[in-house]
Ligand binder design. Sequence first.
Ligand code: 26Q
Length: 820
Amino acid sequence: MADDQIATPEHTVDGFVQDFLRELTFGQGVTLERSSSNDQYLALARTVRGHLMSRWLRTLQHQREVQAKSVAYLSAEFLLGRQLNNALLATDLEEVVEEGLGRLGIELTSLRSLEKEPGLGNGGLGRLAACFIDSLATMNIPTIGYGIRYEYGIFRQTFVDGWQVEKPDSWLELGSPWEFPHPEHAVTIGFGGHTETATVDGRLTTTWVPAWQVRAVPYNYMVPGYRNGRVNTLRLWSASATESFDLQIFNSGDYTASVRAQTAAENISKVLYPEDSTPQGKELRLQQQYFFAAASLKDFIDTVLPADFDLHGLDERIIFQLNDTHPVIAIPELMRILLDEKGWDWDEAWALTQKCFAYTCHTLLPEALEVWSVELLGRLLPRHLEIIYRINEEFLDEVRLAFPDDELRVRRMSIIAEHPERAVRMAHLATVAGQKVNGVAELHSQLLRDKVLSDFSEFYPDKFTNVTNGVTPRRFVRLANPRLSGLITEAIGDGWVTDLDRLRELEPLAEDPEFRRRFREVKAANKTRLVDLLKVRDGIEIAPEAMLDVMVKRLHEYKRQTLKLLHVVALYDGVRRGEIRAEDLTPRTVAFGAKAAPGYKMAKQTIGLINAVGRTINADPALQGRLRIAFPANYNVTLAERLIPAADLSEQISLAGKEASGTGNMKFALNGALTIGTDDGANVEIRQLVGDDHFFLFGLTEPEVSDLVEHGYRPTAFYESNAQLRHALDLIASGAFSGGDRRTFEPIVSNLLYEDRFLVLADFAAYLEAQTRVEAAYADADAWSRSAVLNVARSGFFSSDRSMRDYLDHIWHAQPVPVA
Ligand code: 26Q
């Protein structure tokens, strides 16, 4: 059967019911009467994906015919979130399914809630990758996402006595209807061993002889465009033992050793590292990186490209976008393929390689810049280390030529660091090899140019560019906020879903009292929906009338969850002392969502403290109906989709100059929350677009931060001169939230008093002042909703479709290819 003859299932209720029952009986092997809800969910998922199948096959067929330039998005993380809803949206099947299931006495909502989200990412970077592939599919860009199919994604967070306890995330346990394994397309990836050189026909050749090998099995996922007939592919690699490996050990007769070896191979894709900064140079992590980078290159070259393809034209067919440094080992891998396997000479190979990669940096923290010790890299990938050394030699020769007698500069720019140990700086390698280097918000890109990579931006002035992040309006507005979506569509039509700038057309409606009233109704209904969810999900009770003040993101000191908490403690303390009348407080629920890296002590302490403060104030009769903390465990994409549409206030309070961009900030603004935020990351651009009157700015600016730190920051000076701050910190130190035990939170208190790397105390007063502006503004509900509507109307820029346009125009130079 030709691909274009694949029948598309019928788009009718009768057709759906038939297909669903067929999946249930022939796919799951159960009758409707005997089926569990999990059976029903799996049958539903397979029925819905069936509606994407002909588009997928047609897209692949079309790709083989057209041979257009494609984007390969290389990312160690894809934080996809649930798939069912997105597939229903792409196929426009929701109503049909709802009615069809209804006929069978099944509720769509209850089946939806059974899906375990693929949490194959830590946070912002992984979610960004998921938004980008959604946009690329919707914009008809031939794209392939490459990553790792972790058997265990980001851990499931639980609280025991308020402290974080991690549980494994077994997302595959009940079946995985969204993936298509292709073991027949597995590729073999080598590790370790040594290199051998020989002279063949007068040419020096090198061969890498790996000591051990692993099989990489591709699992394909559909990435549907929004109702455009295109379905792109996300290809995630799973590790297993190679046959030869098995055989070798089998022949030695050591059965248990053979099984153990199998486990060692499978370990590579077993679990996602739960760190989102300060990477620890762990061997398994480097194995993961090379495993997926090498498998992806091999797959693209050997399988995606036609068999007779001349690699000299590779850059016309592909751009490999490196999502941070995690896939950067792909650079020496491509060099190795060209040099050792294809027999190219160095200059030719290097010229091509430099055209095929571009690098996105996602951080500003020096401790987050990835380095791999030469000892480890040489042991695991000896040939790659040789190639990296040669790249570095030639690069440093160029630097010396441009800057004679500047050995300090040479040392700063070297791909190889000498201290504290000899190590490969992956960001330097990516910058030297990449066609372009981009930051993820204007301020971030500026700081990359001026500070983090300033020597490089001087050396390669045209390499550096900015692409401000974005989020997909399909998932984060259309699906997450159906009520707001309905209101918007009623007002301006539904074109905004794929052209988010059209939200501008809502601006005049901000002046319409009736529209504002309906906007408030939407918010209120979203809050009720959240209240109901938190009750059943977490047993948390919150008041639907209170202002919902939300801070959700990974727990990190630079993001300053403690600043938010100090605000709450200060309000509580004010009431306790009789300095604030509880009746004067704006009724407020402060919602936190945050996972801490399991090894990050201070972050875990902070989680303990948030829960401890919550326990105390939530139980205090004086604050009933006035101030509450809600900290649902295990914040993830699914919870974000419920929380963000309900929020009134978005907390984006990182220390200026530390948050590369933030993307949660964009999701909140698009859903009509107002931001209280510092001049950091994409907050800067949000404020510029929505206007100062509709954004609560506070805190030091980046230059002020640099200045203060340079001149010697003394947190105690702020402690001593601010009574509110002193009282709040003293209250925590007194053991008031830890049953009188002063030691429990002592590390947090002394860190703030004597170190405070992220200037929490310096920004405290400004933050509290900004919160009083928030309260004053919130008191006028109608004016607040005007601001909220303007936030929505003016945030269309933050669509990831726009980000993709920027990458396409300035970095990738690929064209849309509609699948007719
Ligand atoms: C690296 C090596 C070893 C172990 C873990 C890691 C690792 C994993 C994930 C390092 C970093 C991350 C994730 C970083 C991240 O999410 N950064 C965020 O990226 C967002 C998208 O660009 C930005 O909006 C955020 O500002 C940035 O913090």
